[in-house]
Design a protein around this ligand. Sequence first.
Ligand code: PLP
Ligand code: TYF
Length: 394
Amino acid sequence: MFGNLKPLPQDKILQLMSMYREDPREQKIDLGVGVYKNAEGVTPVMRAVKAAEQRLWQDETTKSYTALAGEPAYRDAMAALILGEGHDASRVAGAATPGGTGAIHMALELIQMAAPDATVWLSNPTWPNHPSILNHLGMKSAEYRYFDPETRGVDFEGMIADLGRVAPGDVLLLHGCCHNPTGANLNLTQWEEVAAELKKVGAVPLIDLAYQGFGDGLEADAAATRLVASRLPEVMIAASCSKNFGIYRERTGILLALTEDGAARDVTQGTLAHLNRQNFSFPPDHGARLVTMILTDPELRADWQAELEEMRTGMLALREQLADELRTLTGSDRFGFLAQHRGMFSRLGATPEQVVELREKHGIYMVGDSRLNIAGLNKDSVSVLAKAIAEVGV
Ligand code: PLP
Ligand code: TYF
């Protein structure tokens, strides 16, 4: 049986992570995998998470099974975080999933059940796991234009032109904020136009929200999702708590499905529970419980928000410093986009050869498409990176 297996392509981001670990140079800089790091290069357990874990350790009386779709309190707290306190809960079905990846996987399975002929449209480029999971499930996919390599901004004209090819019932996968891998995002006027286009065609958005709080703030980063939710009858949202709660390995995510009415909501809720049962029965609970505690306890929540805000503004300051230093070194404004982009990532626009040169000569690790993780920098290494970028001639 196993003799039939063929070696599969590896995840390039995770491969880069191993290469970095094996590099003996002391001055190396890791701008690869999308994990937040502080100025010391540490991915900390957030203060509110530690405090919630301590409380949980003291107060938890059982680890018996939870519900198939996870705890309703987790769904409600996450729906409020994403859709706002005053959202219409009668439209919201939701299930806890193992990470945001689990939520994307579940969304695709839901599409397979409800609209087996739908094509899922992906931004070009997108997070490599999107096409990988789609292919694994044997689903139809297509690409819409998104990134303009000249300006390093969004090719909005191209995007809207490509949306003209979307068929009724198709699904459009959108990054709710902090686009991975480019860092280039739509403004709200453009989101409005995309929502109108989807409504006109009768297509369904699937919003991947993995970085709420990493861009312009918790509320601002949810604004596009809320806008889409208010304009369209049906919306799927695959959210991750890995980054904004720093609980990567706890595998904490949620799929929310906004339905047209309460009756559709009930059937959809049952379908989400069914899908969890087919895949693994009950979703992981530890991370979801911590998140619920933090979101519903004013003191924990305030501390979490304050720390998240420190992380976010720290990344913004690094963006500005990098753009400034490159302006000085190159005497041009062509790296100004680094300060405009939001989230952990920016696509620098270096050639594959330049990416190799940055790695081999300067010990600077970024993904092959020249995506760099801003959180991998600190005040000192920004200067090292800026000089290397200028020297390599990006
Ligand atoms: N979607 C995007 C765009 C991501 O970058 C990530 C990565 O962290 C995820 C979803 C899901 O992450 P996780 O499964 O670790 O929650
Ligand atoms: O894009 C990233 O770097 C993050 C982390 O298979 C990640 O989203 C990378 C690869 C992967 C899962 C998560």
